[in-house]
Design a protein around this ligand. Structure first.
Ligand code: H2B
Length: 216
């Protein structure tokens, strides 16, 4: 199989935002409900100016914003422009996006900002954590079809069933690349060309290889 994502949507170049299903989504932490209300008010004004309206979920300590162009059922430039505007409003109001963690594949290789929520979910890391994935996980590099070096990270699960971890990672914007060996392991894409292999570690951890398929 190809080492490229089976997902032909371009990688998001938007810090704070991740793909989720047909939409893009971001979650901003707020100190109190009034701060959330102020943020939603500003989002509402920006949405009316743009004549493009996101779904907004206001909670006591966070606001989740989701955008898709309803007329075509997918993400368009209208959503990307609105996302940039909303991130700017968040910055103005001193709010930061959840999942804006300091995650690295290795010492010098940061996880792309648009994939942070995916890696946080797939590795079971607390939002906002500072983590070097390579210290807790076996990691190999591979070369994608375009000649770029990418990371493949092994994520064995013990306490959490692998299927639950896979669902959480897909909800956080990941794509399913290979489930032919499920429930032994699943290969997921992070939207930026890197991969997580989620595997059931109950009977030991299958070897992680640069080349697929991986033998059990
Ligand atoms: C008539 C008006 O342009 C449309 O109803 C706009 C308004 N806001 C919208 N917002 C979103 N997210 N998708 C749309 O298709 C859309 N359509």
């Amino acid at each position: 199989m190809s080492s490229q994502s089976s997902d032909d949507r371009p990688a998001l170049d938007l810090p704070d935002w991740n793909r989720a299903g047909t939409a893009i989504v971001a979650t901003f932490s707020t100190d109190d409900f009034a701060a959330g209300v102020r943020f939603v008010q500003a989002i509402g004004e920006a949405a009316d100016r743009a004549n493009h309206h996101p779904d907004v979920d206001l909670r006591f300590d966070h606001v989740t914003v989701r955008s898709v162009s309803h007329d075509v059922g997918k993400v368009t430039d209208r959503d990307l422009d609105l996302a940039r505007t909303i991130s700017g409003l968040a910055r103005e109001q001193g709010l930061s996006a959840q999942g804006a963690a300091d995650l690295r594949f290795a010492d010098d290789a940061p996880v792309p900002p648009g994939s942070v929520q995916f890696w946080t979910a797939v590795a079971g890391i607390e939002p906002g954590a500072s983590v070097d994935l390579s210290t807790d996980h076996q990691t190999v590099t591979f070369t994608d079809d375009a000649g770029q070096t990418r990371y493949r990270v092994n994520v064995p699960t013990v306490d959490t069933p692998s299927g639950d971890r896979v669902r959480a990672a897909l909800d956080a914007g990941g794509s399913l690349l290979d489930d032919s060996r499920a429930p032994d392991w699943w290969l997921l894409g992070d939207g930026a060309g890197n991969q997580a292999r989620v595997c059931d570690a109950t009977d030991g951890i299958p070897p992680l290889a640069q080349d697929l398929p991986l033998a059990r």
